[in-house]
Design a protein around this ligand. Structure first.
Ligand SMILES: [Fe+2]
Length: 185
């Protein structure tokens, strides 16, 4: 596994990336801090073994019961999978795609079932770096300014749930804030 295989929340000032207000790996504390800004965060079980090369259908089949539970609770209309296996070449363009601050007109819902990735949520005068790992479910509300870092040597599988995938486009804010904050690695 990777060095940082633990869910971690770091809260920074949005004007000073060196001003770290909180760092915690306590799942309940993370959920509570994120709940305060309207973000759903939960630790789920993600014990299924996924074979190398497992495709979208295989991942969805392995996590069908979790997906069905989310669909029946929240009414999501579609599901897909992003899987980046360790050693995948040329991931830098993929990484850059969501590395600048942006918003969506619908929630960004991700269930991490392998590896890790970092969401940076810019809410009020703070930046919440949330390192999500296998088993973490996060739902970033529509309109929340954020960016995502999969890291320099990415390895993750995320199940994505949508109300309307056509509406899920990144609207970049034009703010360069993301460049000043520590990357995932
Ligand atoms: Fe996004």
């Amino acid at each position: 596994m990777t060095a940082t295989a633990t869910t971690t929340l770091r809260i920074y000032s949005d004007t000073d990336p060196s001003a770290l207000a909180l760092e915690t790996s306590d799942g309940n504390r993370i959920a509570a801090e994120l709940r305060d800004i309207g973000v759903r965060f939960e630790r789920w079980s993600a014990g299924a073994h996924l074979a190398p090369g497992a495709d979208q259908e295989a991942v969805i089949a392995a996590y069908r019961s979790s997906i069905d539970a989310l669909i029946s609770e929240c009414g999501y209309q579609s599901v897909d999978v992003v899987r980046v296996e360790r050693g995948t070449p040329n991931t830098e363009p993929m990484r850059k795609k969501f590395l600048d601050e942006h918003q969506h007109s619908e929630d960004e819902v991700r269930f991490f079932v392998e590896g890790r990735g970092a969401f940076y949520l810019h809410v009020g005068d703070r930046v919440y770096q949330t390192v999500c790992v296998k088993g973490d479910l996060i739902s970033v509300p529509a309109g929340t300014k954020h960016w995502f870092d999969m890291g320099a040597d990415p390895e993750f599988t995320a199940i994505r749930l949508f109300m309307n995938p056509e509406g899920w486009v990144a609207n970049f804010t034009g703010d360069t804030i993301a460049a000043g904050y520590p990357k995932l690695d």
